[in-house]
Ligand binder design. Structure first.
Ligand SMILES: [Zn+2]
Length: 132
């Protein structure tokens, strides 16, 4: 049986992990380090890679670098595939004076995509955010 940690405990673990390693090269590595941190001294906490990633972004503890790849597919998406935030549309004015939606961007993280060639995240890096 796994135990499910609280958001606050995960954020604290991410903070410690980032302070120690400064840079984490993948979301899998983040998950592993966070679980190690949470289970230090014995424990069965389980965190999904996606939850660790989202909490790292939402809490502002880590600065994120995202690589995306174009899928070649058209589509509409409402939620940011990186952080879960509602996406805003980017619009362009056509020569006829109409506005058309050409893509989406996230105001929480750096994710953006075109509408007729949806980009999806393929790799993540997490960097320690320096305190101001
Ligand atoms: Zn986002």
């Amino acid at each position: 049986m796994y135990s499910i940690p609280k958001d606050g405990d995960i954020v604290l673990a991410i903070r410690n992990v980032m302070a120690r390693y400064r840079a984490i090269r993948s979301q899998r590595e983040l998950r592993e380090r966070v679980e190690q941190e949470l289970n230090f001294g014995g424990g069965t906490y389980h965190v999904s890679a996606e939850r660790a990633r989202r909490l790292a972004i939402i809490s502002g503890v880590a600065k994120l670098k995202v690589w995306t790849r174009a899928t070649g597919r058209k589509g509409t998406i409402k939620e940011c595939p990186v952080c879960g935030e509602t996406l805003i549309t980017s619009r362009n004015m056509t020569i006829f004076g109409k506005t058309v939606t050409t893509g989406y961007k996230c105001k929480k993280c750096s994710y953006w995509t075109e509408m007729d060639n949806i980009r999806l995240p393929s790799r993540y890096e997490f960097h320690l955010r320096k305190r101001r």
